[in-house]
Design a binder for this molecule. Structure first.
Ligand SMILES: Nc1ncnc2c1ncn2[C@@H]1O[C@H](COP(=O)(O)OP(=O)(O)OP(=O)(O)O)[C@@H](O)[C@H]1O
Ligand SMILES: [Mg+2]
Length: 467
């Protein structure tokens, strides 16, 4: 039965093939399949050839070299030759605008704007030396979870024979970026789970513009420079190459300004964390310290925040979303702490800190940056009015006035006074009286700190508003 059937089938097939329409269909199908096969083969061959003949470099937006490469791509270049110049014309650009308020004189004048054209998204061709480089800038539809910014890459392709051109390109891009940042200090702050430059790199603040009490600045600078020259010494002794400084004192005494100026002096950047900032946790701090930007001073502002926090945790068992004392200690010398590091801590409330913090390895040098002294007031005067007060008579009158007001810690009758002023206040007075030293002397009374009555606190620590 079954053999009969199969024989019948064979006969049936034969009949089908005898049908010209069917045979033609099969023929076409076979041709199509062969074409598809050939196409696939060609693609594979092309892919293999591409891989063999071309070199690809991909740079993602997260990489520090990304902005350098974009800047390098937008650098004006002369491409001789009709075809080469047509080929390398960039037709799609994107613009980055920098505005500065240093516009023409006149209040409310328009701000200055600089436009930087960069190759936009898409494909471009650039020529470097003899090599053509195909550039593809792409925005992906995935985004960085921390910042919400879409992922972006630049892909550069050149011939295998020209692969060495990339080294040159990266070196040149880096040189360009370094030149653009010469004389600038970059300040990094925390964005999401990462360090990001806080605005554009700012002009270096000269160390001489920060006026601390006699010898204070010199001793810190000497210590830091000595530390920087002793890396091998630390390595030989197996000690982590780290040093910590704690600057404490009242607000407006120049702590942050000094650290910024010091970074400029050392040609370092500043990586700043505000410990009192909401959302800064122990884990986050530890993680950030493992990826501190190279050649940067770690600046931990408001170090006392960690201690206030500990107290809160002691009393109600909840630490909130901020850094704790142990988190700070770990950051300074725990496992998360980098092998190489210069850290500066600042605080207005030294009394809130714990002695565990101030031990060598965590904080090696503690310096008080205090209220303005006579020495500082005199130097600040010279910086502002030195050119119009050649005989220093104005300076002497100003200092005498401050002394009479009891602002140097001694009252008019020679008794100790509790009155002090800050260098920030003196700077404010001088800024208000630009080129007008008489005005500054007249208004010196304004340096007396205004007293704000402290609000009464009830035993729970809540602030009671006066009835
Ligand atoms: N010793 C100083 N020399 C020069 N400028 C100073 C000095 N102290 C303060 N200033 C000026 O006052 C302003 C505030 O200074 P800065 O932010 O450095 O103070 P700070 O000590 O960090 O204060 P805070 O404790 O509130 O953070 C800045 O504009 C700075 O230029
Ligand atoms: Mg400060």
């Amino acid at each position: 039965m079954s053999t009969e059937l199969s024989a019948g089938n064979v006969v049936g097939f034969q009949a089908l093939f005898d049908n010209p329409l069917f045979a033609g269909g099969i023929g076409l199908g076979a041709l199509g399949a062969a074409a598809a096969f050939a196409r696939k083969g060609a693609l594979v061959a092309l892919g293999t050839a591409r891989r063999r003949l071309l070199v690809n470099v991909e740079i993602s937006k997260q990489d520090p070299a990304y902005p350098w490469i974009l800047a390098w791509l937008s650098k004006p270049r002369e491409t001789p030759g009709f075809i080469a110049s047509r080929l390398t014309r960039i037709h799609d650009m994107s613009v980055t605008t920098l505005t500065t308020s240093r516009g023409p004189a006149g209040v409310g004048g328009p701000t200055n704007a600089h436009f930087f054209l960069q190759p936009g998204y898409g494909r471009h061709i650039v020529k470097h030396g003899n090599a053509y480089i195909a550039v593809n800038r792409e925005k992906h539809n995935t985004a960085n979870m921390n910042t919400g910014e879409p992922h972006e890459i630049v892909q550069m392709t050149t011939l295998w024979a020209h692969r060495h051109v990339f080294e040159e390109v990266f070196a040149e891009a880096h040189r360009l970026a370094a030149r653009a940042n010469e004389g600038k200090t970059t300040v990094y702050s925390v964005r999401g789970m990462d360090w990001a430059p806080l605005g554009d790199p700012r002009t270096k603040r000269p160390l001489a513009s920060v006026i601390l009490d006699e010898g204070v600045k010199e001793s810190i600078v000497a210590d830091v420079k000595d530390f920087m020259s002793r890396q091998q010494w630390y390595i030989d002794r197996g000690i982590p190459y780290r040093r910590g400084y704690l600057l404490f004192g009242p607000p407006g005494s120049g702590k942050s300004s000094f650290i910024q100026a010091l970074a400029g002096e050392l040609d370092f950047s500043v990586a700043m964390v505000n410990l009192s900032e909401m959302g800064m946790t122990d884990d986050k701090l530890a993680y950030l310290l493992t990826k501190l930007p190279k050649r940067s001073i770690l600046l931990l502002e408001d170090a006392d925040a960690a201690f206030v926090n500990r107290r809160q945790r002691d009393s109600d068992g909840y630490s909130g979303a901020t850094v704790t004392f142990s988190g700070l200690l770990n950051a300074l010398d725990g496992l998360a702490a980098g092998e190489e590091r210069i850290a500066f801590l600042t605080t207005n409330h030294i009394d809130r800190l714990d002695s565990a913090l101030i031990r060598p390895g965590r904080v090696d040098m503690t310096v008080r940056i205090g209220e303005a002294t006579r020495h500082q007031a005199a130097l600040m005067w010279d910086r502002f009015y030195g050119d119009i007060d050649q005989d220093h008579s104005g300076r002497e009158r100003f200092l005498a006035r401050l002394n009479d007001l009891g602002l140097f810690g001694v009252g008019a009758n020679g008794e100790p006074s509790n009155r002090h002023t800050s260098t920030a206040a003196i700077q404010g007075l001088f800024l208000f009286n630009k080129n007008d030293m008489e005005g500054a002397i007249e208004m010196a009374e304004g340096l007396i700190p205004r007293k704000f009555e402290p609000m009464e606190k009830n035993p729970e620590g809540a602030i009671k508003t006066p009835a």
